[in-house]
Design a binder for this molecule. Structure first.
Ligand code: ADP
Length: 310
């Protein structure tokens, strides 16, 4: 089973407007409200591909209940931990080809809740083979909270994929427990290394060979329309992808993570893993909806992807 963790989920609201007027009333006729958060995007894509997936994280209040009800209508299993705080809204105003976002910070997790969640996870870990951790940490959790989760998962022999950024990722990298896979994009990689990395192969090789990445089995750097670059133990790979008609690339990284999880659980080869990861990312970019892929197009896209050892 694949377990996905979304520790700070949201109800994502989108307001499409022909024109966005400041300092006055804007009326919207079409709104969409969906269960959001990077981990839930990963979950949706895995489920669309037919994987057995269970979603967990923290939920609270009326919006938490809304997310649960939304998931209830799908074939996704869920085991969220209920908190006193209120799950957040994230608003995207789509106007004149632009996207203005208003993101609530979300609830503060109490110390007791953060400890109880670890016991909750230990129960879920009994049937977990691959655990995916995505996104930022909510307020109240220590910045090394992912480190604790990775440690607990590894003790149970579970493979872990960590897709976060900033301090929560750095804390794990400097700790003595390492996730199986990390998937920074090039900006996140540059941020981690504190210098600007380009998509030049030689530079990427140097970048992912820095001591901060020691003992991480897979470092997969996603490069948007340029595909990806990866290091698996001592091997380096470049993934070349064909041109596609991009509709909305938001959530492509999350879909890539879903592809990695799917390949790991089926013990696929390096080449298959990298092709699947990129195919999922591309299929997401070809759709309007964030965290959604058209699986009918999978085979056609998959066979056009090239993985070369470099
Ligand atoms: P993130 O969303 O984390 O920034 P990327 O933008 O690198 O991640 O996208 C992840 C993957 O999705 C890429 O490796 C690629 O396979 C696919 N992808 C994303 N954007 C495009 C694009 N514009 N054209 C083709 N493929 C894309």
């Amino acid at each position: 089973m694949i377990l996905t963790l979304t520790l700070n989920p949201s109800v994502d609201i989108s307001y499409p407007l022909d024109q966005f007027n400041l300092d006055t009333v804007n009326r919207v006729s079409q709104t969409s409200k969906t269960a959001g958060g990077k981990g839930l995007n990963v979950t949706r894509v895995l489920s669309e591909f037919g994987e057995d997936v269970i979603a967990s994280g923290f939920l609270g209040g009326a919006l938490g209940q809304y997310i649960e009800e939304q998931i209830e209508t799908t074939r996704i299993k869920q085991a969220f931990f209920k908190i006193k705080g209120e799950t957040r809204n994230c608003i995207a105003i789509l106007h004149e080809g632009q996207q203005t976002e208003i993101l609530e910070k979300g609830p503060t997790i109490e110390l007791k809740e953060s400890e109880e969640f670890k016991s909750h996870l230990l129960k879920l870990f009994k049937e977990t083979d691959v655990a995916v951790m995505s996104g930022s940490l909510p307020k109240g959790l220590n910045t090394d909270y992912y480190t604790d989760i990775v440690r607990l998962a590894k003790e149970q022999g579970i493979l872990t994929i960590l897709d976060s950024s900033g301090q929560s990722l750095e804390e794990v990298l400097i700790s003595n427990v390492k996730p199986t896979v990390i998937k920074p994009n090039i900006d996140e990689l540059s941020h981690l290394l504190k210098y600007k990395v380009t998509s030049d192969i030689k530079e990427l090789k140097t970048a992912v060979s820095q001591p901060i990445f020691n003992d991480i089995e897979w470092i997969i750097v996603s490069l948007g329309s340029e595909g990806a670059f990866a290091k698996h133990n001592h091997k380096f790979y470049k993934v070349n992808i064909p041109n596609i008609k991009v509709v909305n690339p938001v959530g492509s990284g999350d879909s890539t993570v879903a592809g990695i999880a799917s390949a790991l659980i089926h013990q696929q080869t390096d080449e298959e893993l990298l092709k699947k990861a990129n195919a999922f990312g591309m299929l997401n970019a070809m759709e309007q909806q964030t965290g959604h892929i058209n699986t009918d197009k999978f085979d056609e896209i998959f066979k056009q992807i090239e993985v070369i050892e470099v």
